[in-house]
Structure formats: structure tokens, C-alpha cells
Design a protein around this ligand. Structure first.
Ligand SMILES: [Zn+2]
Length: 67
């Protein structure tokens, strides 16, 4: 199982294994604690998780802060 969430610093969508402890953001390098992030979607495998991220991310390059 994979989880899709947003980087807590820059808002980029990321995915990680559900049992992982943390995930480094590919955009800003922030180490996201997976116990603290808000899960926006779940996927059975990595390929699907990647597709969800692409859909959520859209084609824009600017991300709103989570505030
Ligand atoms: Zn980030």
C-alpha cells in the first residue's frame, strides 16, 4: 500500500510506502514525517500512486502553501 500526501513545507504532492517513516520532498528537500502528513489518497502499488500524484499535481509548477 502507498499513500499520497502533500509536502508540509511546499505543498508538492508526494507518495511513499504506507509503512515508511518519512519521505524527503523531491522539490524542497523537506523531510516529511508520515505520521504528521495529511493523506489525500491511497494506492495499491507504486505505479498507481505515481499516477495519482501526476493528476493531483496537474501541469502547474506553483503550489499553494498549506498555511
Ligand atoms: Zn516540499
Amino acid at each position: 500500500m502507498f499513500v499520497v500526501f502533500r509536502c508540509r513545507r511546499c505543498g508538492r504532492y508526494l507518495y511513499a510506502r504506507k509503512d515508511a517513516k518519512s519521505r524527503i520532498c523531491a522539490k524542497c528537500g523537506f523531510k516529511n514525517d508520515l505520521r504528521k502528513v495529511v493523506i489525500v489518497a491511497k494506492a495499491d502499488d507504486e505505479r498507481i500512486a505515481g499516477e495519482i500524484v501526476r493528476k493531483l499535481q496537474g501541469c502547474g509548477t506553483e503550489f499553494k502553501s498549506l498555511g
